[in-house]
Design a protein around this ligand. Structure first.
Ligand code: GDP
Length: 689
């Protein structure tokens, strides 16, 4: 869900203007205050000793040619360490602490770093049938709005829910995280082309105040000069479509299609138990999207399960496990309308363990609602160290969301006190400003998700009306500025789900990030660099002839084997395909970390719907936070709060774009051991020829 979208949605020039805002907040105003520190802290202390020490290396810089020796024996051990660590991170995401780390390490080594095999070994040996089933579901279940997934026969819970809740697949979890694709390949022989931002005016990315945006100064090192192979800046498409793409006036068609209503992707974020699902479930109920009978059924069932207070949350928390645990795990998606907008609602999980899912959700959002619990002690728990309020806020801003509504929820618990509301909004306001949100783009609404007050109509409770004359939540959602869609750019759709439909072909779901697609269009999938035909398109479960940027669609595809497509693949325009690489450079903002980042550092790269093991291959330079000028070349380590230019190496090819070309597709997050350690924008890509 989009990140930037708002950004994306806007005139890109406006984005530059907004950067001024972030530009101001440089040094002292830096987004992550010392008190926020522990939030992004990761610790190597818990890791096996091989990873406990900072890498003992010469930090001498490698030249580009040295890359060819990347797989020398000396380096292999290091790579294997990174692979092991990445596998462990992935397994821990699924298994938590339920399996001793030593067992996981052995399984990874026995399976030769194939994380899927390692998981199988661990789960089988553990003979915890329940856990196995659940976790396999977490890995493979595709909770698609229709059809069965390729990987799973799991059935959706019977539901009379009127709103259709679609679950997004956890990024990277469905996609196997093995290492079957050898790294670098052509790069090892020097056969690659560098695609980069060119020249000072091309807009180097600057990261300040928790957000990553563009500034006009370039800080790119001299290596950015394109190599002779530069003409082949993108993998060669297999063949061009014989049919020329029939032009349609997408913008005009879009206006007609939506009856004048704008499409908006909205993600709901916040600390676990802040009341996100209850708030949005109740909003849907009050809007008539859940019928009374269904709601009654939820009330009865939740009462029976001893969780009566969760009845509204059940509208969105659809799976048995979510209900059992009382937490949202996946990203629930549903649709509702306001006066001027059609909203695709994404309910992101608040629990720390599910932040990767939340990133996937936030990556597709245009705007966000941050829910905080007003109860005494609870707001503080969510806001302070270890709470998700700050982490979510920073994540969505880093992923490009610029407009935010804060629902100060559970106000019934504090008798709708104005003082408590003000205390919370002033604390949050300060943080959100530092995180890069403009004051004018943030609104605060007192709500009670459980009681339903101030959701779709203005609250009549006298304790509130005495001091609050502002909008209710629905009015606030309606007044979000609509994002501009990149419909004029080449087609891009990131796959968030793959499943077999009845009939020939198969289906993928995902959000169109740029361009548009029509029934009958030939498309290219990257990777694996193969073509297919879009036989059908469904938008909100209705068949349509075309769909455009901003739409969450399901495509029925023919002429390609389903086995070749994974979550994370990008379907794109045949003539202007997306870049695919295993190595790229990026400008990053380092979040609060307790130990410095060094060369060789293993990370999980969260990009769009993918979560992929990667290694920090080089530390190129430290950059000034606002101007982007190089303040130090070839640093030996990076510490919290720094802006830096780094080079990343993924194990397998990944489809991505430069930030300057597609803001929507140029951002990523880095996580390590369950914490987000950096946000970045892609500045250069090495494409194997
Ligand atoms: P989530 O984890 O953020 O999605 O939180 P849930 O929606 O699952 O709610 C967590 C708990 O808070 C449930 O027991 C809800 O009934 C309760 N809750 C949610 N909203 C309110 C509210 O406005 N007032 C009160 N008193 N309780 C609420």
């Amino acid at each position: 869900m989009s990140r930037h979208r708002n950004v994306r949605g806007y005139n890109y020039d406006e984005d530059f203007e907004e950067d001024d805002l972030y530009g101001q907040s440089v040094e002292d105003d830096y987004c992550i205050s010392p008190s926020t520190a522990a939030q992004f802290i990761y610790s190597r202390r818990d890791k096996p000793s091989a990873f406990a020490e900072p890498l003992q290396e010469e930090y001498a810089y490698e030249d580009a040619e040295e890359h060819a020796n990347f797989t020398s024996n000396h380096q292999l051990a290091e790579v294997d360490q990174a692979r092991l660590q990445s596998c462990l991170d992935h397994m821990k995401e699924l298994l938590g602490d339920s399996v001793p780390e030593q067992v996981m390490v052995e399984a990874v080594l026995n399976s030769k770093f194939d994380v899927q095999k390692a998981l199988d070994i661990v789960l089988t040996e553990n003979s915890k049938q329940n856990m196995k089933t659940k976790n396999e579901e977490a890995v493979t279940t595709v909770k698609a709005s229709k059809g069965k997934t390729r990987d799973s026969q799991s059935t959706r819970i019977e539901s009379e829910v009127v709103p259709k809740v679609t679950k997004m697949t956890v990024s990277g979890k469905k996609r196997s995280t093995g290492f079957e694709v050898p790294c670098v390949g052509a790069e090892e022989n020097g056969q690659y082309a560098i695609i980069s931002q060119k020249g000072p005016s091309s807009g180097d990315a600057s990261i300040t105040s928790g957000a990553i945006e563009m500034v006009s100064k370039s800080a790119l090192p001299s290596q950015t000069t394109l190599m002779p192979e530069e003409q082949s800046t993108a993998p060669t498409p297999i063949k061009k479509s014989s049919k020329t793409k029939q032009q349609i006036d997408v913008k005009a068609e879009l206006e007609k299609r939506q009856g004048g209503k704008q499409l908006l992707n909205l993600v709901v974020i916040g600390h676990v138990d802040a009341g996100k699902s209850t708030l949005m479930g109740h909003l849907l109920y009050l809007l008539g999207n859940v019928n009374k009978r269904t709601m009654h059924k939820y009330e009865q069932e939740s009462k029976k399960a001893g969780k009566a207070s969760f009845a509204y949350a059940w509208v969105l928390d659809e799976t048995g496990e979510e209900r059992e645990r009382g937490v949202t795990m996946d990203v629930g998606m549903t649709k509702f309308e306001t006066k001027t907008k059609v909203i695709t609602l994404m309910d992101a999980p608040g629990h720390k363990d599910f932040i990767p899912n939340m990133i996937t959700g936030a990556a597709k959002a245009d705007v966000a609602i941050l829910v905080v619990d007003a109860s005494r002690g609870e707001f503080e728990a969510g806001f302070e160290t270890g709470g998700q309020t700050r982490e979510h806020g920073l994540l969505v801003r880093s992923l490009g969301v610029t407009q935010l509504s804060v629902a100060v929820n559970k106000m019934d618990q504090v008798n709708w006190q104005q003082e408590r509301f003000q205390e919370i909004t002033s604390k949050l306001g300060q943080f959100l400003r530092q995180a890069g949100f403009k004051e004018s783009d943030v609104a605060y609404i007192p709500t009670s998700g459980l009681g339903g007050e101030n959701l779709v109509t203005r609250c009549q409770t006298s304790e509130l009306t005495e001091w609050y004359k502002g909008k209710c939540l629905l009015e606030q959602i309606d007044s979000f500025k609509p994002p501009q869609r990149s419909v004029d750019k080449p087609f891009r759709l990131c796959v968030s789900d793959v499943f077999k439909d009845q009939g020939s072909g198969f289906c993928v779901t995902g959000k169109i990030e740029a361009g548009y697609v029509k029934v009958g269009d030939r498309l290219l999938a990257m990777p694996p660099n193969e073509t297919c035909t879009a036989k059908g398109i469904a938008l909100h479960d209705e068949p349509v002839d075309w769909a455009a940027a901003g739409d969450h669609v399901s495509l029925t595809l023919t002429g390609m084997d389903i086995i070749k497509i994974n979550v994370g693949c990008v379907f794109c325009d045949l003539k202007e395909p997306i870049k695919v690489c295993t190595r790229f450079r990026a400008r990053v903002l380092i979040f609060n970390i307790d130990l410095p980042i060094t060369k060789g550092f293993p990370v999980l790269l969260h990009y769009q719907t993918v979560s992929e093991p990667a290694t920090i291959r080089r530390l190129l330079s430290v950059l000034h936070k606002s101007t982007g000028e190089v303040t130090k070349k070839k640093p030996k380590l990076l510490t919290k709060g720094q802006n830096a230019l780094i080079e990343l190496q993924t194990q397998r090819p990944i489809a991505l774009e430069l930030y300057k070309d597609f803001k929507e597709l140029g951002r990523f997050m880095l996580r390590y051991s369950g914490s987000t350690i950096a946000a970045g924008v892609i500045t250069e890509v090495w494409c194997p020829l």
